[in-house]
Design a protein around this ligand. Structure first.
Ligand code: ZN
Length: 305
């Protein structure tokens, strides 16, 4: 099987099933045609033609870098089952030439953060554009929404993003007593733990409101922001993007809300634009790690500089 045949076959499959033919690359001295699939944001399918009118697939988990489902045979024309997963288009850059997930710790980076979700429509749109661009973010979820959408919580974690705690009921922590503060935080942790097996790593108090008492009580670092997009106010994607582009700086933590359509739209424009400008888009936890810093308990952080 030569390269041209593989390419032709890849194009044929794309045409038939609507997936995006990405590239060919060599691994372990075998040539694979790669596709980005739609059922999971985590996987690409490495396909190899085993015989005429059929091809073999392996699911490759981009996060764990391991093959999670081996040697599935697909007959040509079989549109049932796994073929259904080919329907979504995902952009895919230069796999094999370099690891697109690799972060250059010496290059500029920013953290995107989203408050008040998850939202079934907009959080999903944001996760898709992040994944398409090998980018990540921190989602500060509100408990009342989090308990409604355990599947989105799972998707956030599985696609390599971070979940932060934004309290159960979006409470102003300076207005309630310490028992209530504990309840507001713990309830979210229980919901997230139940859905994802993990607990939140950072806390963002609603309205950015905290005092020394609250800060001393909280058992995770407080993460605020240093670039407020005011997306809730403008509700205009272009305005949000311009605001960020003109003010962005290495180490910034950007505040947005994944409960507005205009914000989802803004993120779709913003993430590719930031990458063009040379910024890597990461979660707060990762940015801290990459910059060799540590978020300390009983402290509040704007950016990571
Ligand atoms: Zn909020």
């Amino acid at each position: 099987m030569d390269i041209q045949n593989l390419l032709d076959e890849g194009k044929r499959i794309v045409k038939s099933y609507g997936c995006f033919f990405a590239d060919t690359f060599v691994e372990q001295r075998k040539l694979y045609t790669s596709f980005v699939i739609g059922t999971s944001l985590l996987c690409i399918l490495l396909a190899e033609i085993s015989q005429a009118n059929s091809f073999r697939g392996w699911y490759y988990n981009l996060i764990n870098k391991d093959i999670i489902n081996k040697s599935v045979e697909y007959a040509d024309g079989d549109k049932s089952g796994q073929y259904g997963s080919f329907l979504t288009y995902y952009r895919y850059n230069a796999f094999g030439a370099s690891n697109p997930e690799e972060v250059d710790v010496n290059a500029p980076m920013v953290a995107l953060t989203f408050d008040d979700g998850p939202n079934p429509e907009y959080t999903n749109r944001i996760l898709t554009v992040l994944t398409e661009n090998y980018s990540h973010a921190t989602f500060f979820v509100v408990g009342t929404n989090a308990e409604k959408y355990p599947d989105i919580l799972q998707k956030i974690v599985l696609s390599g993003n971070e979940i932060g705690n934004h309290t159960y009921s979006h409470a102003n922590l300076t207005d309630i007593d310490s028992a209530e503060v504990e309840e507001e935080i713990d309830k979210v942790n229980r919901i997230v733990k139940k859905s994802t097996g993990e607990i939140t790593t950072v806390i963002r108090p609603p309205y950015g409101a905290y005092n020394d008492e609250v800060l001393n009580q909280l058992q995770q670092p407080v993460v605020l922001w240093d670039l407020d997009t005011e997306d809730w106010d403008s509700r205009n994607a272009q305005t949000i993007v311009e605001n960020i582009i003109t003010n962005i700086d290495d180490g910034d933590i950007i505040l947005m809300h994944d409960i507005y359509e205009s914000t989802a739209e803004a993120v779709e424009l913003l993430v590719p634009r930031l990458k063009e400008m040379g910024f890597q888009v990461v979660s707060v936890g990762k940015m801290t790690e990459y910059k060799g810093k540590e978020l300390e308990l009983h402290k509040a952080y704007g950016g990571v500089k």
